[in-house]
Write a protein that binds this ligand. Sequence first.
Ligand code: ZN
Length: 451
Amino acid sequence: MTGLFFKDALLPQGWARNVRLSIEAGRITDIAPDSRPEPGDEHHALALPGLPNLHSHAFQRGMAGLAEVRGSSSDSFWTWREVMYRFVERMTPDDIEAIAAQAYVEMLESGFTRVGEFHYVHHDVSGTPYQNIAELAVRIATASQATGIALTLLPVFYAHAGFGGRAPDAGQRRFINDLDRFSRLMEESRQAVAGQPAAIVGIAPHSLRAVTPDELIAIVPLAENGPIHIHVAEQTREVEECLAWSGQRPVAWLMDHAPIDRRWCFIHATHTTPDELRGMAEAGAIAGLCPITEANLGDGIFNAPEFLAHGGRYGVGSDSNVLIGAADELRLLEYSQRLGNRARNVVTGASVSTGRTLFDGALAGGAQALGAEAGLAVGHFADIASLETGHIAFAGRTHDAILDSWIFAAGRAAVDCVWVGGRKVVAGGRHHDKDKIAARFRQRLERLLAA
Ligand code: ZN
């Protein structure tokens, strides 16, 4: 049994002082506010629940910064995707494991404690399945276990290059499965995480571009009770193509043709009508917002005021991993709304503190989207981030003002320690295996980018 003592902690019912957490077998067994430390307890300043990162393509960390050169005058998401495809053509399983481990270290150091890995590279460079069809899921699981981040694995079903079941392109050969092969991939993916008690498996139909209606309905049961994630309405071109194919916009099509409920997470949902947002909110589906990637790709701005007015729930994801940071995603979520709406404090909720609202929203929505528990409570996994309250950005502040200052003024440098399942993986802002994982990443990238 481990005892952790915090001067302040954010509990589901609000801030508490002098909080002693007891942890056994990775889970919180007791929470005692207004208590005293016991001999052997570790002492820390301020505890937050670890945040879920609901959308990651870990391997893309390797190409961060490589698509920031001007191409044609119509430079957009689609030219970025060409860079991504060229990168995909060379990566070995060892490369993918090394890059994922580096991405997960950075997530943990920023205060994320669980990752939703939207995992779509399945086969070897020729497009042939590995001997274990889930070889690359095994590599993702290995990276999560080595770094300590909790994993929600979302194996991606990807079968087509466009609406109406268009045949896949050569650049997509590492992603492609039919229904039979995908059900084997799901079985082996469950095996891949069988040794990790906190791991959860869901499914991810890639997008309406990549999956036909029949295929979508056929794979939903493979999620069992796990989450279901889909990329939707990220780009206006996708909306136009969906309209041409079906007469409906992508979110509206999903609301009418798929069994949308609380298990679903709509990644991006950038280009939506008020009716679509109301439908999503009423169904309890999560909006999976990835503000840094959406800004990087020039996607557009999510209509947060309309979605929130209907009680919509959201979480944040680091998606392309071009820059990894929990506070950074929350800050840009709010700032993109300010720029788009020419107003301040646009993401609103129960608290007057925008930082607290963003944090509570992303915690609850992210946990729901990843099939996980939210918050510091008895029986939950002990997933905790502590802040360094001596950081200059926190001078004279307490409680919600510290959250506001973390998100808007301090960023990742203020994260002190991180525990996942009661295991301390970050101390003094550094992951315990940071140097070894970074050296392996560097070596892999130098080889991948040579010639
Ligand atoms: Zn994505």
